[in-house]
Design a protein around this ligand. Structure first.
Ligand SMILES: C[S@@+](CC[C@H](N)C(=O)[O-])C[C@H]1O[C@@H](n2cnc3c(N)ncnc32)[C@H](O)[C@@H]1O
Length: 307
C-alpha cells in the first residue's frame, strides 16, 4: 500500500510508531478521528503491537485494493507494484526456467500466485499470520507458504533463491535504519550469490510534499455481490522524520443497498530512495536497476549481491 527517513535509530523507536497505531486504533474506537494529533502523541508509552499485527484484520479485506486481474488466478507478475512492472518483468524474464523464488512479504499471495503460474518454484512468507492464512487459501498447494519475519528468513526457509521479491510497499514497515539493514541482510543470506532482489516503495518524499488528506480509489470494485469503494485517509506529520498514518477505509454496499464500512489503521516509517540505496549497500547489495523519478508515486530497485 502503496508504499530519507527519519532514521528512528532503535527498536524502541519502532515501538513508538506502533504505539501511534495502537493509540490511533483506540482513539478511533473512542470516536476521535484526528489522526494527526495521534502521531504527535504516539511516542509517550511503549505498549507495542507486533509488526504485521495491524495486517491481521486487513487480510480479509486486502483483495479490495487490487483489480480482478491481479487477485484472480493466474494473476499478473509485478501486479502489486503496477508502476514498476517493466523492471520486474525484465528481471523475472532473465531467470532460468523453474528457478527458486521467494516472496518475503507475500500478503494475500498475489505476486506468488503469478510467479508460480509462470513455472517458478515459489516460497511465500509474511510476518502476518492472517496474511499467510489468506495466501495459503489462495495459492496452489505446491507453493510453500509460511509465517516469517524478515530477520527470521535464514532459519525459516531453505535457500538459495535466484530471486527474492519484497513488493507492495512493504519495507516501510521494517522500522529503523538498522532494522531495515538487518531485514535486507537476511534477504541477502537466502539469495544465491548470482541472484536478484527486487524491492519497491512509495515515493515518500513526494507524499510528504503533496500532503494529501483523502485519496479515494479510482474505481469501485464488485465481488461476490458486494461493491467496495476504498479510501485512504492520510495523517502526515510536518517533519519527514516522523512516521505517518493512513486510515484505510472500505465502504461496502450489499445487493440490498445496505452500506457498511470497515477501517484499518496502518503506520509507516518513511525513507528516501537514497536511504534505501545506502541501507541496501550496508546489507551487501548494489542497485542494478531503478524506476525512481522524483515525480512518480512509486519506484522499485532491482539489486544484485555486491562484490
Ligand atoms: C503493504 S503489504 C504488501 C503485501 C503484498 N506484497 C502485496 O503487495 O499485496 C505489507 C506486507 O508486509 C508484511 N510485513 C510487515 N512487516 C514485516 C516483517 N518484519 N517481516 C515480514 N513481513 C512483514 C505485512 O504483514 C504485509 O503483508
Amino acid at each position: 500500500m502503496g508504499g530519507g527517513p527519519p532514521d528512528a535509530g532503535s527498536r524502541g523507536a519502532v515501538r513508538h510508531a506502533e504505539t501511534a497505531a495502537a493509540r490511533g486504533t483506540r482513539a478511533l474506537h473512542n470516536g476521535y478521528t484526528d489522526l494527526g494529533s495521534m502521531v504527535d502523541q504516539g511516542c509517550r508509552s511503549c505498549d507495542a503491537r507486533a509488526v504485521g499485527d495491524y495486517y491481521r484484520d486487513l487480510a480479509a479485506d486486502y483483495h479490495w485494493i487490487f483489480p480482478d486481474e491481479i487477485v484472480d488466478f493466474p494473476g499478473v507478475i509485478g501486479g502489486t507494484s503496477h508502476d514498476n512492472r517493466e523492471l520486474i518483468e525484465a528481471t523475472v524474464s532473465a531467470l532460468p526456467s523453474g528457478a527458486r523464488v521467494l516472496d518475503c512479504a507475500c500478503g494475500i499471495g498475489t505476486d506468488a500466485m503469478a510467479l508460480a503460474h509462470a513455472g517458478f518454484q515459489v516460497t511465500a512468507t509474511d510476518a502476518g499470520p492472517g496474511m499467510v492464512d489468506e495466501a495459503r487459501r489462495r495459492l496452489p498447494a505446491e507453493v510453500e507458504v509460511r509465517v516469517a519475519r524478515w530477520e527470521e528468513l535464514p532459519a525459516a526457509v531453505t535457500g538459495p533463491y535466484e530471486l527474492v521479491v519484497c513488493l507492495g510497499n512493504s519495507l516501510v514497515h521494517a522500522g529503523s535504519h538498522q532494522e531495515m539493514v538487518s531485514a535486507l541482510s537476511s534477504m541477502r543470506q537466502v539469495l544465491s550469490p548470482t541472484g536478484m532482489l527486487i524491492v519497491d516503495s512509495r515515493n515518500w518524499e513526494l507524499l510528504y510534499r503533496e500532503r494529501p488528506r483523502i485519496v479515494p480509489a479510482d474505481r469501485v470494485r464488485e465481488r461476490d455481490g458486494v461493491r467496495c469503494w476504498c479510501v485512504y485517509v492520510w495523517s502526515i506529520p510536518e517533519r519527514f522524520g516522523e512516521p505517518c498514518l493512513a486510515e484505510l477505509l472500505f465502504l461496502l454496499e450489499r445487493q440490498d443497498g445496505s452500506v457498511t464500512h470497515r477501517r484499518h489503521l496502518i503506520d509507516f516509517q518513511p525513507f528516501t530512495p537514497a536511504d534505501l540505496e545506502a541501507r541496501l549497500a550496508e546489507a551487501g547489495f548494489a542497485v542494478a536497476g531503478s524506476t525512481y523519478r522524483p515525480d512518480r508515486q512509486r519506484y522499485a530497485f532491482a539489486c544484485r549481491v555486491a562484490g
